[in-house]
Design a protein around this ligand. Structure first.
Ligand code: IMP
Length: 424
């Protein structure tokens, strides 16, 4: 029997690339959809059969009967938030318990991890990361320091393990003089969430995925966050705490690199970032405000204004390299419809020096731009690339030449029909 393959669908800049809109182009093509990293810091809106859902921890294949969805070992999961997310889907009639398996090796986010997230941020003063406050960093730190609780722990002797870890966190918080918090209600819901999670198949998902691959089944590894927020390859320390890149697919699902086939890299026709940290293409002027307004660039989890700028080829080339991207997907092209000039960041500059390689630290680097003519045409009504204006074709061609990677899907508006598939 032919061995199945894993394809990865990854945000390749700072997250928020709009993956929610393309997943339904992808999910029907796969037997399994799996999340391999991150947790409820992610949030993408999916409109399914006219109803709107925000998925945070649950993979996007959840709407299709007969598809297996997996929350892999590389993820972190908050039982209370998972319960809220899952119940909404169950209320809408989706039978989750037969379609969703959770890795016993995924780590649990405790209510006190969220308090620690706030405490560590407060202690950082002006060097705050600007986290989503969901306890992501403290949970992954605990995983690395080998003191964390995993999903499998809820199956045995859980109250004792929970009390011990909570006590440890409370001690750290006392040491940090961070004592003004009350998690009573949060903890009640969290413990209810733990009971709720027990009703789901908590399994050795890595063995399951490999068995399905051996049976010839196909797997979509659904990324969260983006390459520039990766713990190794992002703009450290202003990053999230997981491996958001293709390497994270292998460790976060337990699949070998030889099982990975296509790596789809999603980016926007311009750039955004939420949270703190260097962002060489950031625009502080009216153009930045216009990009934010037209592109509705406000955080899905936190509601914060996203920082906006022109597309960044330094970041994209780096992301294509570290992920081994085979195909690109460009989102929100239509946001640029009215700009007379489209700028593209070709290099970074600092102290009179230019580079096209991603620097070790992007702080203090500014963007060097090339100006391209805008298309000044409404792309949103177009249904095939034959209708594209020449200036937009030139923009696509320019990016493909620079990035040495084909752009195979283009989004020209918020609706799922406004997605143009050139080839896949
Ligand atoms: P954390 O993941 O909550 O620890 O946040 C670390 C950094 O990653 C912050 O700058 C967040 O704004 C950013 N971040 C985390 N998740 C996402 C996401 O899904 N989209 C965009 N930014 C994110």
């Amino acid at each position: 029997m032919k061995q199945g393959k894993v394809d990865a669908l990854l945000g390749i800049v700072f997250g928020d690339e709009g993956k929610g809109k393309v997943v339904d182009v992808f999910t029907p093509r796969y037997d399994v959809v799996a999340r391999f990293a991150g947790g409820p810091n992610a949030g993408h809106t999916i409109i399914f059969e006219g109803k709107k859902f925000v998925l945070r921890s649950i993979p996007s294949g959840i709407f299709d009967e007969g598809k297996l969805n997996i929350i892999g070992n590389g993820c972190v999961i908050a039982p209370d938030l998972f319960m809220a997310e899952a119940r909404e889907l169950e209320t809408a009639g989706y039978d989750l318990r037969s379609r969703l398996h959770i890795s016993k090796r995924a780590h649990l986010i405790l209510p006190t991890h969220r308090v620690l997230d706030r405490a560590y941020e407060a202690a950082k003063g002006k060097n705050k990361v600007g986290t989503t406050g969901k306890g992501i960093g403290p949970t992954y730190a605990e995983k690395a320091s080998r003191t964390g609780l995993r999903v499998g722990d809820i199956l045995e002797d859980f109250p004792r393990k929970y009390a011990a870890l909570k006590a440890r966190h409370e001690q750290i918080l006392r040491d940090l003089h961070f004592t003004d918090y009350d998690i009573t209600e949060e903890e009640r819901l969290w413990l209810e969430g733990v009971e709720y999670m027990r009703q789901f198949p908590l399994t050795d998902t890595e063995a399951e995925i490999n068995r399905l691959l051996a049976e010839g089944k196909s797997v979509l590894a659904e990324g969260a966050q983006g390459t520039m927020l990766d713990i190794d390859h992002g703009t450290y320390p202003f990053v999230s705490s997981s491996s958001t890149t293709t390497g994270g697919v292998c460790t976060g699902l337990g699949v070998g690199p030889n099982k990975i086939d296509q790596v789809y890299g999603i980016f926007k026709a311009y750039s955004t970032r939420v949270g703190a940290g260097p962002f060489p293409v950031e625009l502080f002027d009216e153009t930045g405000d216009r990009l934010r307004e037209i592109g509705h660039e406000y955080g899905a989890v936190t509601g914060r204004n996203r920082r906006c700028g022109w597309v960044d080829l330094v970041a994209l080339k780096y992301a294509i390299m570290v992920n081994g991207v085979t195909q690109l997907i460009m989102m929100k092209s239509d946001v640029l419809d009215d700009f007379p000039v489209i700028r593209v960041c070709m290099a970074y500059e600092k102290d009179g020096q230019q580079t096209t390689d991603m620097p070790y630290d992007t702080e203090g680097w500014t963007a060097v731009y090339r100006d391209l003519p805008g298309w000044r045409t409404d792309l949103t009504q177009m249904t095939s690339e034959d209708e594209f204006p020449q200036a937009f074709r030139d923009y696509i061609q320019f990016l493909e030449d620079e990035l040495q990677t084909p752009i195979t899907i283009l989004s020209v508006g918020p609706d799922r029909e406004q997605t143009i598939i050139r080839s896949l």
